[in-house]
Design a protein around this ligand. Sequence first.
Ligand code: UDP
Length: 411
Amino acid sequence: MLQPVAVGHKSLADYTHICGRELIAEIRELAEPLKGQRVVHISATAFGGGVSEILYTLVPLMRDVGLDVEWQVIYGREEFFNATKLMHNALQGAPQDLDEEQWATWRHYGEMNARELSGGWDVCIVHDPQPAPLFHLVPEKAKGWIWRCHIDLSTPNPETISRLLPYIRDYPASLFHMAGYVPAGMNDHVNIVPPAIDPLTPKNMALSPEDAAFVCGQFGIDVDRPLMCQVSRFDPWKDPLGVIDAYRQVKESMPEVQLALVGSMASDDPEGWDFFNATIAHADGDPDIHILNNFNNVGAIEVNAFQSHSDVLIQKSTREGFGLTVSEAIWKARPFIGGNVGGIPLQIENGATGFLVSSVEQCAERSLEILEDPALGKFLGRRGKEHVRQHFLTPRYLRDYLRIFHELKAA
Ligand code: UDP
């Protein structure tokens, strides 16, 4: 048996006041003929990163509209996660492909997990490359199969994508965040569906400025001085070192500025700790740089507080599948600066709902512009929030999945 993940209860009705009646009614109508369908989500980890963030909301909402849904996590040991981390990096464009032994390790765990997957599902949704071989290995275990890709596949290492392709191309449905991520050679059953955030979780619910300041204050932030902040895993693609460099440039003109780097450590990310230490080294003891992770008790409320309190929120990624942190940040109506890569431009219209940057210098210039002109920040934040309401809240994402379930049923 694969490891089941326990999730709480959620009610779609609670989202009506935020998303509007029309969408909620559409979801109920789509769900009606799907009632009782057995659906399983398969992912590599139940903690850390965007996939688990999404499933903790999507799974309970799918249940609330009448589907019989489970979430299960595949089995893997260090050798497997070392291989899949390398694969993840290569698929996002790193030059190093897996060696033969690592490919064999990935396949070996795939076979083991395929044996352990129970059968009789109406739909099996496989998230990301780690469990991708399941459909190829045991297609009889579900009537419908979906591969959900969460990563930036716009410029993959050619060797790596060509070895992965036979496992993903034949899925009866696949989902990508953007058209530019669909690898050549996929079948015609590709859907472009970006993910979404849950406005009612502790991470995204409204927090008063006083409460947000109180929480940040407890982590040593001087709440009366300006704060720049990036929330993300400690991963080279998220470029926390570049954020530190941008902060240093801002500090030359604005000595009172502070920086918070808030990052959780994922259980399937063996590189995380090395890079965390490298980030600390890069900060070089600067008392105005605060580097925090979930082992300092930085959980959802704390992330919310940092996003709600900061004067500038940054996601200076150099590759980004979607970047849930982007929608999370602008949902709090805060001014936002993001790398002009991957899913970030999908969420940010440059100059209207935030700023897009391609270098440390640009990031520093835009930060200073916002810090020196609070009215500009307010303008960007408000428009950003409405953009998220329209496009990137979970009920819209749920609707898109239900539509695809209908297509699979009809096929
Ligand atoms: N996150 C968190 N605590 C942290 C850092 C990140 O809860 O210290 C969350 C963040 O709020 C977001 C998710 O982890 O919901 C990261 O998703 P994203 O799509 O931004 O990036 P990924 O980690 O999947 O590459």
